[in-house]
Ligand binder design. Sequence first.
Ligand SMILES: Nc1nc(SCCc2ccccc2)c2[nH]cnc2n1
Length: 159
Amino acid sequence: MTVYTRKLFTLAFIREGDKVLLGFKKRGFGQGRWNAFGGKVEPGETTEEGAIREVREEAGVEVVGGVEKVGELEFTFEGDTTLMHVIVYHARGYTGTPTESEEMKPQWFNVDNIPYTKMWPDDELWYPIYLRGGKFRGAFHFRGYDQILSQKLEEVQTL
Ligand SMILES: Nc1nc(SCCc2ccccc2)c2[nH]cnc2n1
């Protein structure tokens, strides 16, 4: 039985009607895949502050009205003792124009045309819950970055 070191991360979604803003990750963890905006929670910041900071840094827009928690995900990888605990947020509003950063190239996608084949394999499982306004808890155990060995996913009423 593996003893994991838990590390906190965020993901934040920006919606505009039937479109959702995603970023193409240009470097680092998850490079080459479209994802919501996020990253490590830094010491001294709350998870909400971390989510808002990542949106600013990666997409160049300012969150307005704060963020609301929509999900919690746990990712583990065979042969690695890190457990990534990802808090998923929805931004209530934003201002500014999405701008490419060193990390991310932002692009709007219609909710019916999410590029799942170019995203993490778990995304197509939990995005539908988020997109219809649900809340979720999930855990995915990976072999490498492409194969899910085991998974848990449930829609919840309260997080
Ligand atoms: N959608 C999604 N995201 C992540 S990592 C998100 C958190 C993160 C961590 C490090 C840098 C930036 C963002 C995943 N990992 C495994 N499946 C996954 N699905």
